[in-house]
Design a protein around this ligand. Sequence first.
Ligand code: KG4
Ligand code: ZN
Length: 362
Amino acid sequence: MTVLGLESSCDETAAAIIRLDPEGHVEVLADRVRGQTAAHAPYGGVVPEIAARAHAEVMDVLVAETLGDAGITLADVDAIAATSGPGLVGGVMAALMTAKGLALGAGKPLIAVNHLEGHALSPRLVEPLAFPYLLLLVSGGHTQLLIAEGVGRYHRLGSTLDDAAGEAFDKTAKVMGLGFPGGPALEKAAVSGNPARFELPIPLNNRPGFEFSFAGLKTAARQIWEKIESPSSADIFDLAAAMQDKIAVTLSNRASNAMKYFIETYPDALTPVLVVAGGVAANKAVRAALEDAAKAAGFRLLAPPMKWCTDNAAMIALAGAEHFRQGEQDALDVPARARWPLDAASAKLDPVIGSGRKGPKA
Ligand code: KG4
Ligand code: ZN
């Protein structure tokens, strides 16, 4: 089965073509991602209107390039998948409307994909990983622990109560004037820093549960920064190292709680797997902390290659292909959604679709 996938929910425009065989093996025939970092850098964060316009300008070009890379035409594609949420709704529309137009014009089925499901299935781009597995999704917009039980079946254990982990990196880096995007900049500064010099709190330390919180930690780092009159390089490096360390410890502590829960819920799982996905998974301190936690809990840590950890369209094509082979497809009036919880339980609690309502991040 050959599927074209499109993605534009945040600040990456992406198109990819994958082939899925009946055993679940995936071949990525083409995979293009166009970032917008330079367009947003002057503002120190993603500007939704700029993002939406930039997506719309390049989406069709990317589709043509991906078809060219794969050496196929639209006629060879079995279905067209696009992210239809959650995300910045003006951006989501670029991929979704392009997919609708292509589906209508070429007479192909359309599959509307939940972006979070794309991340949840992303490890299966690498290997036909068996369900169930535990997933820690850590990006600029999301921080959550969930159990992937099967295609379309996800159990969210917990999310962040305030900021996402990537947001905590980005906002602290912004306060410290380290540049945008902040995560990689802060990691670079932290390399030569002493994480023990400045005292920062470990959010939700020693508490049971699977939620996250980074707002207090972020504020504590800002308050320390504001008290330093003329910061030396050592001050910058040490505060960056302390912040990174506390984020890594928090993520691994909460993941440890989830691994314990997973083992209790699935006592027969032979080699349980913890998958880490999202941009923050690029951070070496975060990976090392998760590696230690996974080892201690008897889990294998699986971190997909970075190109499939961050936003991409191969994971969207795969999610679309998995649903399509279950006999599902969507009507051409399927809406773009700002909010779209992945698990059925919270979808019932939070049925607001496309409202753009502000609230705690997932
Ligand atoms: O998954 P992603 O590319 O996009 C979404 O947010 O959906 O994640 C981007 C986030 C940003 O917050 C960025 O600062 C963070 O991932 N990030 C990092 C690193 N690389 C990217 N955070 C810490 N250390 C890094 N090396
Ligand atoms: Zn994402």
